[in-house]
Design a protein around this ligand. Structure first.
Ligand SMILES: [Zn+2]
Length: 340
């Protein structure tokens, strides 16, 4: 004899009473109410029940079905509510808890200095151009009128990659590239990295930065050079600074000069920054040598120009009172964090 509806109900009550998870209730539903479930079987077997008992049997079986359905649905709903509550608790966020402190990054002082120099020259109508850090001997020396025996060509001073290529020792090769690729009026600056086989110390680094400047047009004179660089010094270090030019030698400019600036710390009285002289050496400059203009195919009777180059580290060190160039490259956040 098959089991009676009462027996099925009794067993189902016990099983459902033990069920905890939604899955437990789902298994119970399949076991009793599924297509091949036990309650389903009870109802299917109605046809075999003697006609006189069938009505009563149907009533009981339907009541059993209803009770089991209610027990399962109710249990399932409770289990779902409980699992949701547990999930919410485990994912609870305390909005009053202090957040994780993520410090803001900042531009490196060298980048900041390059940006400041660039802004000044952009304000004077210059545009920015760049050249490769690995360049040819032609661009770095030959085209810049460097004599074949120029000391900086020496293997011990320059990082050669091959006989014909090297890590540029200055940003001046960008002058050559600009002259060869464009027509006057030319008005560019070119910031970038340079490399020399120097032993690192407080003022030397085998890698450093320069900003090169080049202006070529008709009728450009030394007065334009002086006015431009004086304006730069005043914007960079304060309107009170004065500039003076000392004769110097660079192969790619003639005449060549070094520009000194009155000390922005002591105003020329003499102090530690200017080593007592009242003046600070700030950059090299000169009128572009005709041999360099010729490399760019320019008519040297028609066009003249000036060029200048400055060390970014030197300017940053002066502005911020930094006494060791190596601090820029060690990336100690206690140092670079001061420029945020
Ligand atoms: Zn001084």
């Amino acid at each position: 004899m098959e089991r009676t509806p009462e027996q099925v109900l009794e067993e189902a009550r016990a099983l459902i009473a033990d069920a905890k998870s939604e899955d437990d209730f789902e298994s119970a539903r399949i076991k009793y109410l599924g297509r091949n479930g036990e309650v389903t079987a009870l109802l299917k077997s109605m046809g075999q029940i003697p006609a006189e008992e069938r009505k009563e049997y149907g009533k009981v079986a339907n009541a059993v079905k209803q009770e089991i359905t209610e027990l399962i649905n109710g249990g399932k709903a409770r289990a779902l509510a409980e699992s949701r509550a547990a999930k919410l608790m485990s994912e609870r966020i305390d909005v009053s808890e202090p957040g994780t402190d993520i410090p803001f990054g900042a531009l490196h002082p060298i980048t900041q200095t390059i940006d400041e120099i660039s802004r000044i020259f952009i304000g004077l109508g210059y545009s920015i151009t760049e050249g490769p850090e690995a360049d040819t001997v032609f661009h770095n020396f030959d085209a810049l009128n460097a004599a074949p025996n120029h000391p900086s060509r020496d293997l011990s001073d320059t990082f050669y990659i091959t006989e014909d290529t090297l890590l540029r020792t200055q940003t001046s090769p960008v002058q050559v590239r600009t002259l060869m690729s464009s027509e006057p009026p030319i008005k560019v600056i070119s910031p970038g990295r340079c490399f020399r086989a120097d032993t690192p110390d407080a003022t030397h680094s085998p890698m450093f930065h320069q900003v090169e400047g080049l202006l070529v047009d008709e009728g450009v004179t030394m007065a334009d050079l002086k006015g431009t660089l004086d304006a730069f010094a005043k914007r960079m270090f304060g309107s009170g600074v004065a500039t003076k030019f000392r004769p110097h030698f660079f192969p790619f400019t003639e005449p060549s000069a070094e520009m000194d600036m009155s000390c922005f710390v002591c105003g020329g009285e003499g102090c530690r920054v200017c080593k007592g002289s009242g003046w600070i050496e700030i950059l090299g400059c000169g009128m572009v040598h005709p041999n360099v203009l010729k490399v760019g195919g320019l008519d040297t009777e028609r066009y003249t120009g000036f060029a200048f180059g400055m060390g970014v580290e030197r300017i940053a060190m002066l502005k911020h009172g930094i006494d060791d160039i190596r601090l820029f490259y060690e990336n100690d956040v206690r140092f670079i964090g001061q420029f945020a």
